[in-house]
Ligand binder design. Structure first.
Ligand SMILES: Nc1ncnc2c1ncn2[C@@H]1O[C@H](COP(=O)(O)OP(=O)(O)OP(=O)(O)O)[C@@H](O)[C@H]1O
Ligand SMILES: [Mg+2]
Length: 306
C-alpha cells in the first residue's frame, strides 16, 4: 500500500524542495518505488534538484487534459526507483487550481501505485494547499530556526487543522457553528481549536467523535531545517509542545537537519548532496529522518470527495 507524505512549510526557502528530493533519494535506495510530485506550481524546481532535464511532460498537461492519466506525466530520474511529476512548465498557481481539477488530481494521486509518494507543496495556506495536505493522515512540516518561519509553520498546521474541521460541515452548518462558538466563548474564540471542538462535541456529537478519531490518527511531523551551531538544539521539541498545547493534537518532532553551506554548492552543481557529502552532519540527519519516515507512515487515505 502507498504511503503519501505531503511536505510543506509556511515560508519560502525553508528547504521543502531540498528535503523532498533528499527523502526521495534515500527512500528509493531502500529499493522501494518512490514518486515526488512537484506541486509548487509557478516556482517548481524539484526537477533541477534531481538533475532531470527540462521536463517535456508536466502537471498542466494533466490539468488541461492533454493527457488523461496522471501516470502519463510521470518522468524517470537518474536515480533508480525514483520518479517525478514535474510542475516546471506550469504558470498556474496551485491556489488558483479550479475545484474540479483539484478533486480530480487528489483522487488520481491517491490511486497511484508507488510505495512512497512525497508532495512538494510550496509555501502558503491557500485552501488548495490545505486540501493536498489532507489527502492522507501523514504530513511533514518544515521550518528553519527563524521566528518568522516558526510563526508561519504554526499558522500552517493550525490552518490544516481548521480545514479538516471545515470538510465535515456544509456552508450553512459551518456558519451556525461559528456563531455558536462566538456566542459561547466570545469574540475571537473561533480561532481556538479547543473552543470549536467543545461546541462540535455537544452540537454534532457523531461528527465530533469522527473528527477526534481523525486528529488522533494524524501523523504530523515537524522538521527543523538549517539548524546552525549557535541555535538551540531543543527548539524543535519546544515548538511541538507549544503546538500541542494550543492546538490540542500531537505534532511529532522528526528531527533537526543541520545547516551546511555545501547544500548550496551541491544544488549549483546539480549533484546529490547526499552522495557528494555523505559524511557531513546534514547527510547524517537526512538519513535519520528518512528512517523515521519509513517506519511510521499511515496508509489510510483521508479524501472526503465523492
Ligand atoms: N540544510 C541546509 N543547509 C544549508 N542550506 C540549505 C539547507 N536546506 C536548504 N538550504 C538552502 O536553502 C535554499 C532553499 O531551499 P529549498 O529550495 O529547498 O526551499 P523551499 O522551501 O523549497 O523554497 P521555495 O518555497 O522557494 O520553493 C536552497 O537554496 C538551499 O541552498
Ligand atoms: Mg521549493
Amino acid at each position: 500500500m502507498t504511503q503519501i507524505w505531503p511536505i510543506g512549510g509556511g515560508k519560502g526557502g525553508s528547504g521543502k524542495s531540498f528535503l523532498t528530493s533528499s527523502l526521495g533519494r534515500l527512500l528509493a535506495a531502500f529499493d522501494k518505488k518512490t514518486l515526488l510530485v512537484d506541486l509548487d506550481l509557478g516556482s517548481a524546481n524539484l526537477h533541477t534538484m534531481l538533475d532531470v532535464p527540462y521536463p517535456e511532460k508536466c502537471f498542466s498537461d494533466y490539468v488541461q487534459k492533454r493527457v488523461s492519466r496522471l501516470e502519463d506525466i510521470v518522468l524517470e530520474t537518474p536515480v533508480p526507483n525514483l520518479y517525478i511529476i514535474s510542475g516546471a512548465r506550469d504558470s498556474l498557481d496551485i491556489a488558483n487550481l479550479p475545484y474540479e481539477q483539484k478533486v480530480r488530481t487528489l483522487k488520481a494521486i491517491a490511486k497511484l501505485d508507488y510505495d512512497w509518494i512525497f508532495l512538494d507543496l510550496g509555501a502558503g495556506t491557500s485552501f488548495n494547499i490545505l486540501d493536498f495536505f489532507l489527502i492522507s493522515q501523514n504530513s511533514i512540516f518544515i521550518t528553519t530556526p527563524e521566528p518568522t518561519s516558526i510563526e508561519n509553520v504554526y499558522r500552517l498546521v493550525r490552518a490544516v487543522y481548521f480545514r479538516r474541521i471545515r470538510q465535515y460541515f456544509n456552508v450553512t452548518e459551518f456558519k451556525a457553528l461559528e456563531e455558536k462558538v462566538v456566542a459561547q466563548y466570545g469574540e475571537g474564540s473561533f480561532n481556538k481549536p479547543d473552543s470549536i471542538m467543545r461546541v462540535i462535541k455537544t452540537s454534532h456529537p457523531k461528527k465530533g467523535t469522527l473528527l477526534e478519531n481523525d486528529f488522533n490518527s494524524f501523523k504530523f511531523k515537524l522538521v527543523l531545517n538549517q539548524l546552525r551551531k549557535q541555535n538551540n538544539i531543543a527548539l524543535g521539541p519546544q515548538i511541538c509542545k507549544i503546538m500541542e498545547k494550543h492546538l490540542g493534537f500531537h505534532v511529532e518532532f522528526a528531527g533537526n537537519v543541520a545547516f551546511d553551506d555545501r547544500v548550496h554548492d551541491a544544488i549549483c552543481q546539480r549533484v546529490s548532496f547526499l552522495e557528494r557529502y555523505p559524511y557531513t552532519r546534514t547527510a547524517y540527519d537526512l538519513r535519520e529522518l528518512s528512517k523515521n519516515i519509513a517506519q511510521s507512515g499511515n496508509q489510510q487515505m483521508l479524501l472526503r470527495y465523492s
